[in-house]
Design a protein around this ligand. Structure first.
Ligand SMILES: *Cc1c(COP(=O)(O)O)cnc(C)c1O
Length: 371
């Protein structure tokens, strides 16, 4: 195969050694305990709480159910302020709870909710704010919390991108009332499919653990209309193995980010993010923003040129959630209400970014952008 024929994908799953996984599978087979809070499930919850620096974490079968469950657990109703610039699951979790999403525009400097614009969207029906730490870049958590406190709102962070991100040494997952994670295969840390909900106290974790198991509290008592969103032992074992190598993977991503920034720094019309002071980043994504006028080529022209050359960047997050048929009828979904998100969605390409990119891969991506 010609070097040019190899597809360079936007991401690649971090996989444990098969022999190591086999050994753990043997233990699961021997124990015949395959799900429902087994030994590996317990171990992974503890190991993740320590690694992430969070008080309590509850594992889930994917990253969407913790969003839905967090809203259930806090009895959120009415309207929730959220971002149109995310993966569609963020807004869907509101819809599944019968909550009306209210879209607010984003800050171009971190692609998260713009705190300047939140207050104008608050009504008597607003009960919560659901921001996203987009690309793992922390939102303006202080200002968002100040607004929430002023109006008595809950804050649930969709932190699907923010695994391991810290601000001044503190986990970004500790901001707000709850934070959710996704361990989907495309994320920095994966359990094939999986996710988690980070909470602040033991009583809340207990309630979440009931809710993810049909509401069962013991053998014969059901305390709430829960759902089934438990993680099984096979994926918990896989997660334990991946946790041991995730820091190495993040460092490999960091090196790719350094090379991209170095090569693209002076390209006119290409914007990207630098590291923020006092933040431990996870390099989950490397978005570039193409200013068609200055760069001389549109985002889509560059995107398709890369694709023709087997460099498979992705336009995360284009189209905006607010443009999908379910949501576009909402007043807040109008493009006039979301000028920054609308522009950014038309400028973005996430470049290939993962632990297994070779130097040659990275240089090929760069060459295509340099023209
Ligand atoms: C990946 C992702 C999710 C959903 O996670 P799944 O594990 O695929 O269900 C939710 N929100 C955001 C922002 C994501 O990127």
């Amino acid at each position: 195969m010609n070097e040019n024929d190899k597809e360079i994908t936007v991401t690649s799953p971090l996989l444990p050694q098969l022999e190591d996984l086999n050994e753990m599978l043997k233990q699961i087979w021997d124990s015949k305990w395959v799900t429902n809070n087994g030994q590996f499930h317990k171990q992974l919850e503890q190991a993740l709480a320590e690694y992430l620096g969070v008080p309590y974490i509850s594992l889930f079968t994917n990253g969407t159910l913790p969003l839905i469950t967090a809203l259930q657990a806090m009895h959120i109703t009415g309207e929730v302020i959220t971002t149109p610039y995310s993966f569609v699951a963020t807004t869907h979790s509101l819809w599944w709870n019968g909550i009306k999403p209210v879209f607010v525009d984003i800050d171009p400097d971190n692609c998260g909710l713009d705190p300047e614009k939140i207050e104008a969207a608050i009504t008597s029906r607003t009960t919560a704010i659901m921001p996203v730490h987009c690309y793992g870049k922390p939102c303006d958590t202080e200002r968002i919390q100040a607004i929430a406190d002023k109006y008595g709102l809950k804050v649930i962070y969709d932190a699907a991108h923010a695994f391991g991100v810290k601000v001044n040494g503190e986990s970004v997952l500790n901001f707000g009332d709850m934070s959710t994670l996704s361990f989907h295969a495309t994320k920095v840390f994966n359990t094939l499919e999986g996710g988690a909900l980070v909470v602040k106290d033991a009583a809340t974790k207990q309630r979440i653990d009931y809710l993810k198991n049909f509401g069962f509290a013991g053998e014969t008592e059901v305390v709430a209309p829960g759902i089934n969103s438990k993680m099984d032992e096979v994926r918990a074992a896989y997660g334990l193995l991946n946790l041991k190598q995730v820091d190495t993977a993040i460092e490999a991503r960091h090196q790719v980010a350094i090379r991209y920034r170095d090569a693209l720094r002076d390209v006119k019309g290409i914007r990207f993010f630098d590291d923020m002071p006092c933040v431990r980043h996870n390099y989950s994504y490397f978005p570039i923003f193409v200013d068609a006028e200055q760069y001389g080529t549109t985002r889509d022209e560059l995107y398709f040129k890369m694709k023709e050359n087997n460099v498979l960047g992705r336009r995360y997050f284009y189209p905006l959630i607010s443009t999908f048929s379910t949501y576009r009828g909402l007043e807040s979904a109008k493009p006039e209400n979301l000028p920054v998100a609308t522009r950014i969605a038309n400028e973005v390409i996430c470049l290939p970014m993962h632990h297994a990119l070779s130097e040659a891969d990275v240089e090929k991506v760069i060459r295509l952008i340099l023209k």
